[in-house]
Write a protein that binds this ligand. Structure first.
Ligand SMILES: [Zn+2]
Length: 73
């Protein structure tokens, strides 16, 4: 059982993370009312953005109080 767990941990280390990490790049609409971040620059949630689209890390987006766009949950 212990070996199995170890193998699992090793295996998961080699895989790319499924969930975005804090160093993942995300996109935000740089408008005063913008509260969302987007995993894709082509997300339809960004199509209404009339301001500049800014690329930043997830960590920076969280520091700005952004939450994940509702289209990407
Ligand atoms: Zn989005």
């Amino acid at each position: 059982m212990k070996t199995l767990l170890l193998l699992f941990l090793l295996f998961s280390d080699c895989k790319h993370p499924v969930l975005p990490t804090d160093s993942t790049y995300v996109y935000i609409c740089d408008s005063p009312g913008g509260k969302k971040y987007h995993l894709s620059q082509n997300c339809k949630g960004l199509h209404n953005c009339s301001h500049k689209i800014v690329k930043l890390t997830l960590e920076q987006a969280k520091k700005r109080g952004k939450t994940l766009c509702r289209y990407e949950k």
